[in-house]
Design a protein around this ligand. Structure first.
Ligand SMILES: [Zn+2]
Ligand SMILES: [Zn+2]
Length: 141
């Protein structure tokens, strides 16, 4: 588990993002992520201290009552999911130029995964109900 300061940005360069991320990559198979991303979303946890530059070009869309999603208004690159209650950012892994030192180690909303793909990686898999249970438990502490 080594945290690193990661820099990333959108395709057109109008928005750059800086975040301290760990090495753990997760996939989300929920309906919203798959519609938003065209497939499962591979993401890093950026915590709350994420810096976004070029914010004039960021459109934030509230996808559910618990989170908003940001994307670049010029090129459409997906930039973040921001959890309303905690201000925590979840960032697409592909936003950052990191090839080394990441581990794909968990999958969430595994019960929403369609039949036409599956990952070979050994991961910890959580259903949507388990994710919300974890989230509720975490929110109380
Ligand atoms: Zn852009
Ligand atoms: Zn999702």
């Amino acid at each position: 588990m080594s945290d690193r300061l990661a820099k990333g940005g959108c395709l057109c360069g109008a928005v750059t993002v800086e975040a301290t991320v760990g090495d753990s990559v997760g996939a989300c198979h929920c309906d919203i992520c798959r519609k938003w991303s065209g497939g499962p979303m591979l993401a890093l946890d950026g915590g709350v201290g994420v810096r976004v530059d070029g914010e004039l070009n960021v459109v934030v869309y509230p996808t559910t009552e618990w989170a908003q999603r940001g994307f670049c208004s010029k090129c459409g690159t997906h930039l973040f999911i921001r959890v309303n209650q905690t201000g925590r950012y979840i960032l697409p892994a592909g936003l950052f130029d990191i090839d080394e030192g990441l581990r794909f180690d968990h999958q969430i909303f595994i019960d929403k995964m369609p039949n036409y793909y599956s990952f070979a990686n050994e991961t910890r898999d959580l259903t949507g109900a388990e994710v919300f249970a974890d989230f509720a438990a975490g929110a109380k502490t």
